[in-house]
Write a protein that binds this ligand. Structure first.
Ligand code: TMP
Length: 204
């Protein structure tokens, strides 16, 4: 398998989706066979798990239940979409993956990075991304973007600022642990510049 599994991570409102679209367009213009997908979701079963995870704002969900549902959704996505695409020689651009679970459930929900990593290894086996682009946006900035976009707030968007600060610190911790895989780019500049920086990392 070539090195072509690229994931994008960041706090709420980091602009990941726009950056991924731009990267996809540039790669396609170079005749690179690329697919874009997202987590939680990407296939029918995983999209149904996404709605269990994000839509029910009034129901309490246990942190371990949450971590297992994210991992279950990831498993189906790996089996149905990511692995087949990589085996067919495609470049996969994935909006969130294992590092989201490590930052949100491992750090912000206090389940522990190692515990959540072990749970996820059961789901993904050896499918670790070749490159992860972390779009660095402080939680206050990201959340105010989400609020001003007026997109529907999901269950996790509605968590406290303290929770989102822990997510952010979790990401920085992961980037420090794996500097070769996780590249940090400044997400507080103009979106075109964020995309340029992401492309620079990918082209390397
Ligand atoms: P999105 O808003 O980027 O589509 O992501 C959905 C939400 O799910 C976001 O708040 C991050 C959260 N999430 C986790 O908590 N753990 C995970 O493993 C994944 C993939 C997402």
């Amino acid at each position: 398998m070539t090195k072509s599994f690229i994931t994008f991570e960041g706090p709420e409102g980091s602009g990941k989706t726009s950056v991924i679209k731009e990267v996809e367009a540039v790669l396609k213009a170079q005749n690179i066979d690329v697919i874009v997908t997202r987590e939680p979701g990407g296939v029918a079963l995983s999209e149904r798990i996404r709605s269990l995870l994000l839509d029910f704002v009034d129901e309490k969900m246990d942190a371990r239940t949450e971590a297992m549902l994210f991992a279950a959704s990831r498993r189906q996505h790996v089996v149905e979409v990511i692995r087949p695409a990589l085996e067919a020689g495609k470049v996969v651009l994935c909006d969130r993956y294992i590092d989201s679970s490590l930052a949100y459930q491992g750090v912000a929900r206090d389940l522990g990075i190692e515990e959540v990593y072990a749970l996820n290894l059961f789901a993904i086996e050896d499918l670790i991304p070749d490159l992860t682009v972390f779009i660095d946006v402080k939680p206050e900035v990201g959340l105010s973007r989400v609020r001003s976009n007026q997109r529907n707030m999901d269950r996790l968007d509605l968590e406290t600022l303290e929770f989102h600060q822990k997510v952010y610190e979790g990401y920085l911790q992961l980037a420090e642990l794996e500097p070769d895989r996780i590249k940090v780019i400044n997400g507080e500049q103009a979106i075109e510049d964020v995309s340029k920086d992401a492309l620079k990392e990918i082209m390397k």
